[in-house]
Ligand binder design. Structure first.
Ligand SMILES: [Zn+2]
Length: 275
């Protein structure tokens, strides 16, 4: 998946480092990152000189440190890349760094002012936090929990296609957790809302950080409980259907949890999936 960059190591331990010559610099604007691109390879701009106060440490990948340019200067020759465009570049560990940098950089730029009293927030030096100097509100990065659900009945799984995404691959039942809801209840609610079915035997598969929507995805498989007739949520889905294991094409994109779960279902029996 996107975050699987071993043997490289992503380290997001917060530290108030000062930028040094050779560190990577990150300019984020409207959830796009400015990078050099050379024959499909992503290259980060590098700090040479300038006011060190203008740069904020974000994280490291191996020995490479990434700093946010708070003045949002655009290095000459760089190109703005969206999360989607990054998926076509290499190397993977730098692409993942770029994705996470978009998420973190956007969080900082979206929280310049205190949402409670409107004063300008200040950077904390001990942890990844912003604080209002007036009303002392503490602001931490927000992550949205979301479920990806493989609903299984014998040799079939429910595959869906969202409205507006008809040219894309089929996905699985998915949705964001609501306030006051457990992640298991989110699975049951999303399945009922999207396809009108009840499920049982919820089995956690894996999770995935998904910077594009500031999400943490929780992958579950579950069994159909009762009638298999699908009642599609027409306001959200263009299609929802039962697909047999043998009819699923090989070669799904393995960057996403959805792609990996579909491939896992295609290549494993139910007794392996549910243990
Ligand atoms: Zn405030």
């Amino acid at each position: 998946m996107l975050q699987d960059i071993a043997p490289h190591i992503y380290d997001n331990t917060f530290a108030p480092y000062a930028v040094e010559e050779g560190d990577y610099t990150v300019t984020i604007e409207k959830r796009r990152i400015y990078l050099y691109e050379e024959e499909g390879r992503a290259l980060f701009p590098v700090y040479r000189e300038g006011d060190k106060e203008d740069y904020l440490y974000l994280f490291s990948v191996d020995e490479k440190r990434f700093f946010l340019d708070l003045k949002r200067r655009i290095p000459e020759g760089t190109k703005a890349c969206t999360f989607h465009e990054l998926q076509h570049l290499s190397p993977r560990y730098l692409v993942y760094g770029a994705c996470v940098a978009i998420q973190l950089g956007s969080w900082y730029s979206d929280n310049v002012y205190c949402g409670r009293c409107g004063k300008k927030n200040v950077f904390d030096t001990k942890e990844r936090m912003l604080t209002c100097p007036d009303c002392h509100t503490a602001i931490y990065p927000r992550i949205n929990p979301c479920v990806i659900t493989g609903v299984i009945h014998d040799d079939e799984i429910i595959m869906t296609q969202s409205l507006g995404w008809e040219k894309k691959h089929f996905g699985l039942v998915a949705g964001f957790a609501e306030i006051g809801e457990s992640i298991e209840d989110c699975v049951r609610r999303e399945v009922f809302e999207e396809v009108g079915l009840h499920v049982r035997d919820l089995t956690f598969y894996k999770s995935q950080p998904w910077p594009q929507s500031d999400s943490l995805l929780f992958g579950f498989f579950c069994r159909l409980d009762g009638d298999p007739s699908i009642h599609r949520q027409e306001s959200e889905l263009a299609q929802a259907l039962w697909v047999d294991r043998k009819e699923i094409p090989e070669g799904r994109d393995q960057n996403s949890l959805t792609g990996e779960m579909i491939e896992y279902f295609r290549t494993h029996e139910n007794k392996e999936i549910f243990g």
